[in-house]
Design a protein around this ligand. Sequence first.
Ligand code: MN
Length: 228
Amino acid sequence: MDFIIDPPIRSFVSIVDSTRYFPVNRVFCVGRNYAEHAREMGHDPNREPPFFFMKPGDAVHDISDTWPYPPQTDNLHYECEMVVYISKSGKNIEVDDANGYILGYGVGLDMTRRDLQGQAKKMGRPWEWGKVFDCSAPCGPVHLLAGGNPVVSGKIWLKVNGELKQTGDISELIWSVPEVISIISQSMTLKAGDIIMTGTPAGVGPVVRGDKITAGIEGLGDIETIVV
Ligand code: MN
């Protein structure tokens, strides 16, 4: 094909113990998927069906030693999340079949300009400017199906400068990974290369330049970066 400009290079994520990479298509993010986090954001976790927002695929990148503080915010928040990597396309996927669409799992950060998100909410506008900016979804490497079994539990945590800020367990997800896959696929075709950020536990808060973020999920390794 003869492109009028160079086609954009797709983002990718490393894979544990492999020289291959996962090519990123779209990024689906689940809102308020842990009860304590829903409460800290001022919502009742028991009465809300799941809702989604998206980041562009190029927000995702392998996490590295430093991470660039974005422009136009004075309240930049971390959100540690389990990330699910989709291996094949499907529509109207049954919950019982959903694990068959998962290539692997990893640790990721849904970095958020909370001030811009808050203004958008107040004005009834889309959240995007709060959630979408360069490098807004740094991710650790993909663990291919984490040993063959679906990940349904395991501690999830995040520290800033060594101080524990977020803690939870994957078993506390209000909407499980298979349910989320099924629900998304009823609304549009889920595609190979899509990523799902499954939501963050309670304890979100700000970071500033110079802060060291470390985060991890039991069985899926740890990630670390310094905000610059
Ligand atoms: Mn999030």
